[in-house]
Design a protein around this ligand. Structure first.
Ligand SMILES: Cc1ncc(C[n+]2csc(CCOP(=O)(O)OP(=O)(O)O)c2C)c(N)n1
Ligand SMILES: [Mg+2]
Length: 894
């Protein structure tokens, strides 16, 4: 070939290509596709041996994965489905348009649902199973911005009224409205999972699918046909959370998981990949991770063109156009597409010569073709051995025409004028008159019309409505004998850390006859840090395939035991994945009717700070369970330095309304809180979850003081009265409040203060957050009830009968104890750990942050002086004795 003129070479290559393709066709005609695969493999191997480097290709051609001849017939009545879908489209649009006419700026989205309508409607009519399907009921993550369409569907099914639709985004009116997005907190009988913070739905869905396997393998749920469906946007896949754990889904062979990515090629501001192809990019990523990828790109009209495209020119052209250009075809007329898409080659132009410009405009995308979508779903639900992603190509704002179809502004489009509305009405055949249309009225045909009967029947057959949230888990028993009792006694002189104590409690819980099996311990590769390795052997680490190897430490008692019915979710280094497992387990009481009780323990710095948005979503989802911030406390976690030493997680925990956060110091405090927590969440059905900080500092755990239980739960109790040793020598009094590991420093400070004639009571503050919430709730009541006998905040009541200055210290930033300032009836001095941590030992850290016993004592004396309750001379002497450096650098900015 080398010596041929270029034109001859091209002609020869064309002949050669033809011959090879003919040979391939011949093999295909024999009907053996596997033979084709083997042939291609053999060719690839021969080429490689001969030094041909075939470039790596994780993608397949830019055509539908499912060939027309592979399609199955779509059951049902397509005409009725189309009519119903058009009505859903209309009502979804009307909901947003009306809401924004009435209250400018109230928001809502039209174009997301219009692009996804077929994806949902095929799902609702043929695949998505409701709760009456029992164990087979699907778990569905709806794309948040498509909410208007989901409401419109529920309206047609008679689940929502016109009143609801009118009050879209008006949740505070007398007739309850509809929340902007999926929020189980606001619509607990409707939405199951919040999704609108992008990336959260996809990640939660992966761990949900894995958790279902966990429940099945552990005998907590029967094996089923249940699927987890995650509907997401193509722009949403840019969130690292969306794609970050897809390899887990493939590794775990989660064939119960289906992602449906609505590839309308647009996000909010513009194209997702204007200069590239998001679908090919996603295909490569998912295929590379081991997923079954189904591309659903072109509607049936394209099949005939592709069938006539014997030289593969059309498929090639489809694969070379960038998304920005594809978007243009949506906005321009058919002539533009003829020129720019087909016009690159006369043979392509020939292919569409018989089609008018109008016909070209009507060539549908795969995601708008019910048969193509049905086939994609059908293949997905029948795929075995791994997860499936459907990449469905659609048009953003489909049907909006001039008002926004395919335009860059379409995501934000909320208003439509009369002519836009007419255009939409005509396109989808909505039976509304010209007179009526201007008001964008909702439209539901009268009961009994075939399309309504049909869609209801379809839902009936698929196990009832969706979305729906149902709580069906039975209450657990209230008694937990032998689990917590031992901790009231203290450790009798022996030292222990609260982390150690927690692990002991967890071990006890795991042994409990009724609760044991429901406990789900979750760790992101930190079990040894927390001394939990004893549990490896006790309950095993969950592995869907058991243990295929003999672990290196098999000879040891506490070897690394993986088992199919293992109980611990050892997630590896993924806090986002671990919290997703926690959400799956903590919402299983609703999703699966199983009261699993998750305990997720992690480095406290990598909780709220790292995955705060997941925790927020968990609260929205009415999640229950325990989060344990381990190695907690800015000065208690020694050595680790700035990135690990957490002094802020409790402040962040305060921002989550359903989170009850505690910083317990002693074993019995932890026992009381966890026992109360299980009771609240799983017996009394209180909507809350817990954040507990647990430390690795070892100290003696004292005996539980009589009558302290109630105070431990409320957040404050008197741990120790002032020593009687001073007798008549008392010069001044003080109330010292300490929390977590700093409580011990406070106890020591009280002892130091005796030398200066100060008698100090010591209080343990298990939760500043709870005290603050109680005080505000009481104050609010008082404000709202003028003239009535005022109620007294709990913290005020605690300190009311006491004397002396009040000083409070914790291992967290000062805003924690500061929250009590208004409620204690006198000035409050606070100490805390504002500032960056350091790699140091505990004593030096506490000195640096001024939360050690000496600084607490000094601060108390300074406060007494300010209140004129002690002489300057005494304070000066104390400062000298305690070696307080008044010119020391402020740790808050050091
Ligand atoms: C974490 C997060 N960041 C930003 C947003 C704001 N936002 C809402 S929708 C959207 C664009 C969504 O595009 P895509 O995922 O492609 O969905 P489409 O509407 O096109 O289906 C953005 C940026 C958000 N909801 N969540
Ligand atoms: Mg998009």
């Amino acid at each position: 070939m080398k010596n041929l003129a270029p034109a001859d070479a091209a002609a020869l290559e064309a002949v050669e290509t033809r011959e090879w393709l003919d040979s391939l066709d011949y093999v295909l005609q024999q009907g053996d596709k596997n033979r084709v695969v083997r042939l291609l493999e053999a060719l690839r191997a021969r080429a490689r041996i001969s030094g041909v480097r075939v470039p790596f290709a994780a993608t397949t051609p830019y055509i539908n994965t499912i060939a027309p001849q592979e399609q199955v017939a779509m059951p049902g009545d397509r005409a009725l489905e189309r009519r119903a879908k058009s009505l859903v489209r209309w009502n979804a649009l009307a909901m947003v348009v009306r809401a924004n006419r009435e209250s400018d700026g109230i928001g809502g989205h039209i174009s997301t649902y219009q692009s996804a309508a077929t994806l949902y409607e095929v799902g609702f009519n043929h695949f998505l199973r409701g709760k009456n399907a029992g164990a087979d009921a699907d778990v569905i993550f709806y794309q948040g911005h498509a909410a208007p369409g989901i409401y419109a569907r529920a309206f047609l099914e008679g689940r929502l009224t016109e009143g609801h639709l009118k009050n879209f985004r008006h949740e505070l009116r007398d007739t309850p409205g509809l929340s902007s997005y999926p929020h189980p907190w606001l619509m607990p009988d409707f939405w199951e999972y919040p999704t609108v913070s992008m990336g959260i739905g996809p990640l939660l869905s992966i761990y949900q699918a894995r958790f279902i396997r966990y429940l099945e393998n552990r005998g907590l749920k029967p094996a089923s046909e249940q699927k987890v469906w995650a509907f997401l946007g193509d722009g949403e896949t840019d969130e690292p959370e969306s794609l970050g754990s897809i390899s887990l889904a493939a590794r775990e062979k989660l064939d119960n998981l289906i992602f449906v990515v609505n590839c309308n090629l647009q996000r909010l501001d513009g194209p997702v990949r204007g200069n590239g192809q998001i679908i090919q990019e996603l295909e490569a990523v998912f295929r590379g991770a081991g997923w079954n990828v189904i591309k659903c790109l072109w509607g049936a009209e394209w099949d005939a063109l592709l069938a006539r495209d014997t030289d593969g020119l059309l498929a090639k052209r489809m694969g070379e156009v960038v998304d920005g250009e594809y978007q243009r075809y949506v906005v321009e007329d058919g002539d533009y597409m003829r020129k720019h898409f087909f016009g690159t080659d006369p043979r392509l132009l020939d292919l569409v010569r018989h089609l008018s410009d109008d016909d070209l405009k009507k060539l549908k995308m795969g995601g708008h073709d019910p048969v193509k979508v049905f086939n994609a779903y059908h293949a997905a639900v029948n795929h075995k051995g791994g997860p499936t992603v459907i990449l469905a190509r659609t048009i953003k704002g489909y049907g909006l025409g001039e008002a926004g179809e395919g335009k860059n502004i379409t995501h934000q489009q909320k208003k439509m004028n009369e002519s836009d509305l007419r255009h939409f009405r005509d396109r989808f055949g909505i039976p509304l008159s010209d007179d009526a249309i201007a008001d964008a009225p909702f439209y539901r045909p009268e009961e009994g019309v075939p399309e309504l009967v049909y869609i209801k029947e379809r839902r009936q057959a698929l196990g009832g409505p969706s979305p729906i949230r149902v709580v069906s888990a039975p209450k657990i028993k209230a008694e937990m004998p032998g689990v917590f009792d031992e901790f009231a006694k203290g450790t009798g002189g022996k030292k222990a850390s609260t982390t150690f104590v927690f692990v002991k409690m967890l071990a006890n819980l795991l042994k409990d006859k009724e609760l044991g099996k429901l406990i789900v311990p979750i760790v992101p590769d930190e079990a040894r840090t927390f001394g939990m390795e004893s549990l490896f052997r006790q309950v095993g680490i969950y592995s869907s395939i058991g243990q295929l190897y003999e672990p290196v430490d098999v000879a040891q008692l506490l070897y690394y035991k993986e088992a199919k019915d293992g109980q611990i979710l050892e997630e590896g280094i993924t806090e986002a994945g671990s919290i997703s497992s926690w959400v799956a387990a903590g919402t299983a009481y609703a999703t699966h009717g199983v009261n699993t009780i998750p305990f997720y323990i992690y480095y406290s710095m990598f909780g709220f700070q790292r995955v705060g948005d997941f925790i927020w979503a968990a609260a929205d989802a009415r999640c229950r369970g325990f989060l344990l911030g381990g190695t907690a406390g800015r000065t208690t976690l020694a050595g680790e330095g700035l990135q690990h030493q957490d002094g802020q997680s409790h402040t962040m925990a305060l921002t989550v309304p359903t989170c009850r956060a505690y910083d317990p110091a002693y074993a019995y405090e932890l026992a009381v809180i966890i026992e109360d927590g299980i009771r609240r969440m799983y017996v009394d059905n209180e909507q809350c979850f817990y954040y507990l900080s647990v430390m690795n500092e070892q100290y003696e755990m004292p005996e539980m003081p009589a009558g302290s239980r109630d105070g431990i739960i409320k957040g404050l109790y008197k741990f120790k009265g002032a020593s009687a040793a001073l007798g008549a020598g008392v010069k001044a009094k003080a109330q010292l409040i300490g929390s977590g590991a700093i409580l011990n420093e406070v106890v020591k400070a009280a002892a130091l203060l005796e030398k200066y004639g100060v008698a100090a009571d010591v209080w343990s503050a298990t939760s500043f957050n709870q005290l603050y919430r109680d005080a505000h709730s009481v104050e609010r009541w008082n404000l709202m009830h003028p003239g009535e006998k005022p109620r007294v905040p709990y913290v005020t009541e605690c300190l009311a009968g006491t004397e002396g200055v009040v000083v409070a210290a914790s291992d967290y930033i000062r805003s924690q104890p500061d929250m009590l300032s208004r409620w204690i009836g006198r000035p409050l001095t606070t100490l805390g750990t504002d500032g960056f941590g350091r790699s140091e030992d505990r004593a030096s850290l506490r000195h640096h942050f001024e939360v050690d016993a000496k600084h607490i004592a000094a601060a108390t004396l300074s406060t007494l002086l300010r209140e004129k309750q002690i002489d300057l001379k005494v304070v000066k002497q104390a400062f000298a004795d305690l070696q307080i450096n008044s010119e020391k650098t402020d740790p808050a900015i050091a």
